[in-house]
Design a protein around this ligand. Sequence first.
Ligand SMILES: CC(C)[C@H](C(=O)O)[C@@H](O)C(=O)O
Ligand code: SF4
Length: 410
Amino acid sequence: MNQTLSEQILSHAAGREVRAGELVVVRPDVVMSHDSLSPSIIQILREEMGIHNVKDPGQLVIVFDHVAPASTVGTANAQNRVRAFAREQGIRLFDVGRGICHQVLVEEGIAAPGKIVLGSDSHSTSYGSVGAFGAGMGSTDIALTWGTGRNWLRVPETVRVQVRGRFGAFIDAKDLALKVCRELRISGANYMAVEYHGLDWLALPGRQTLASMAVEVGAKVGILPPFGEAMKHYEVPDWLSVDPGASYTRSLEIDLDELEPQVAIPHAVDNVADLAQVAGTPVSVVFLGTCTNGRYTDLRQTADLLRGRRVDPRVRFVVTPASSVEMSRAAADGTLETLLAAGAILSTPGCGPCMGRHMGTLGDEDVCLSTANRNFKGRMGAPTSQIYLASPAVAAATALTGVITDPRSL
Ligand SMILES: CC(C)[C@H](C(=O)O)[C@@H](O)C(=O)O
Ligand code: SF4
């Protein structure tokens, strides 16, 4: 034994004991793709690889989330082609409005402890929130898996993040994720797994925030052991455990008792500072959403801070729930009503303006405080726009004042 979580999962899949650095050929349990890349995956499969049918339709899932509903005739036609392909091949498809792929696969129980879930999306690290080996791959690799049912992987080395203490008021998993980006930097865990320990008490949404952002330090996988409160209804395979003898490439310790609200400053996710350093920066847009922070708990926390107040008139406050399920929960208990009464603009569940393609694209000189995971130049629209990344609590405080604000000061 003496294995990291990734080594255990890949050993199980390979049918032999493997170690970091080895290559394995595996049959992933799930292969996810979305509206953004499925058209090119179909083209690569059929035209470049000359394979007409997918090997195992039951292994595949397609989710329409990136530009959903379609914004142009081109995207509408592309989505229709993917719908026809999925019907013809018998592939499960979650259509427009169901939500962001990473949220949907967790909600549906498709991503589960010990499974290998490959996705045509870099934030497929998200599946590590439930103890799956979740990894992103490009269109060609995903097409190969569609055609053969298999793919190869290099067993990743692992960075261990040992967490102590508890979050202070208005500080949460997003601040921890940004702090990890600050410490490890953008390529600090290139092709590695980031394994979080000491968070058995953390609820599922926070686990998802952490796992989704692992890719921002270059990681192939971001994984939390599937044990503790949030995982008590999950079935964990008996071969998967936390192995005290596992060896890690690097260990990082973070004390939550000392963690301040963190903000990523334009234009890099690892350009992170304590909020105090950027407090008072004026913004024109606040965006609450994405696979990192668009869940019910994020909406609820924001609504609690906005209740009975109005968003600053200089700010467009865009809210995009991560899924239809999260949105329904927020509708059922008045969370949405509170957000709307405060002046929020509500959009269809999905990626929303995260990639700048629709529903809130930034114009020249716009400054956005976003709960997303990336703030690269031009990511949400105009190259002259700027994106700051922070937690939902910071987003709420900033929406109220029109300048980057510490929620503890409200
Ligand atoms: C469109 C997709 C391939 C992309 C990704 O891989 O992450 C997107 O989801 C993103 O967040 O930039
Ligand atoms: S919400 Fe943003 S980061 Fe997440 S999958 Fe969609 S585009 Fe990518």
